[in-house]
Design a protein around this ligand. Structure first.
Ligand code: CUA
Length: 229
């Protein structure tokens, strides 16, 4: 999760988030190179004389500073497109989780199993345990198996919400009347925190998401304790 000193991206917990971080660093490097070049050019402007007897046109430099930015943009656009299609790929999910946004809490359904469904509310500050995270912990966590392909279906019951978990590289809008789909693969155990990121009303800030990533046998134990037989 993010703490007060963490200004960059969170450590990734899925291969797709890892790719997103690589792409971010790649784009940032290009950005730095452009900023340095333009900064140098602007600084050198101070030492210009304002007359040039021979300057009527500059075909060559016009060609260079038209084509060069186009090529630089390609170096961002092609990896970006690769990532876009990578994120969209669904690889035979072993578990499907449906999350429904409400004003203002999330509810979850494990529709592969016999009617496992529950609401997940933020724990208010005055009820928080000593080791709890304020505005971030919930009463009922999502439990998911690690090292498995997981499909997530997102929708909403009232207004638009957004199911967003930074460490997994997931951000899907929950829209009333629509069912959005994405998938991820958690590659380590732990707790992963997220928040709604679509302005959905007065308590938008208070509908966090907590995922408990556990080994598969733990997950099976948890789900079998929760199925309604
Ligand atoms: Cu739900 Cu913002």
């Amino acid at each position: 999760m993010s703490t007060w000193a963490n200004l960059g991206l969170q450590d990734s917990a899925s291969p797709l988030m890892e790719q997103l971080i690589f792409f971010h660093d790649h784009a940032l490097l290009i950005l730095v190179m452009i900023t340095v070049l333009v900064g140098y050019l602007m600084f050198m402007l101070f030492f210009n004389s304002y007359i040039n007897r021979f300057l009527l046109h500059g075909q060559l430099i016009e060609m260079i500073w038209t084509i060069l930015p186009a090529i630089i943009l390609l170096f961002i656009a092609l990896p970006s497109l690769r990532l876009l299609y990578l994120l969209d790929e669904i690889n035979e999910p072993s578990v499907t989780l449906k999350s429904i946004g409400h004003q203002w809490y999330w509810s979850y359904e494990y529709s592969d199993f016999n009617n496992v469904e529950f609401d997940s509310y933020m724990i208010p500050t005055n009820e928080l345990a000593n080791d709890g995270f304020r505005l971030l912990d919930v009463d009922n966590r999502i439990v998911l198996p690690m090292n498995s392909q997981i499909r997530i279906l997102v929708t909403a019951a009232d207004v638009i919400h957004s199911w967003t978990v930074p460490a997994l590289g997931v951000k899907v809008d929950g829209t009333p009347g629509r069912l959005n789909q994405t998938n991820f693969f958690i590659n380590r155990p732990g707790l992963f925190y997220g928040q709604c990121s679509e302005i959905c009303g007065a308590n938008h800030s208070f509908m966090p998401i907590v995922i408990e990533s556990v080994p598969v046998n733990y997950f099976i134990k948890w789900i079998s304790n929760n199925v309604n037989s």
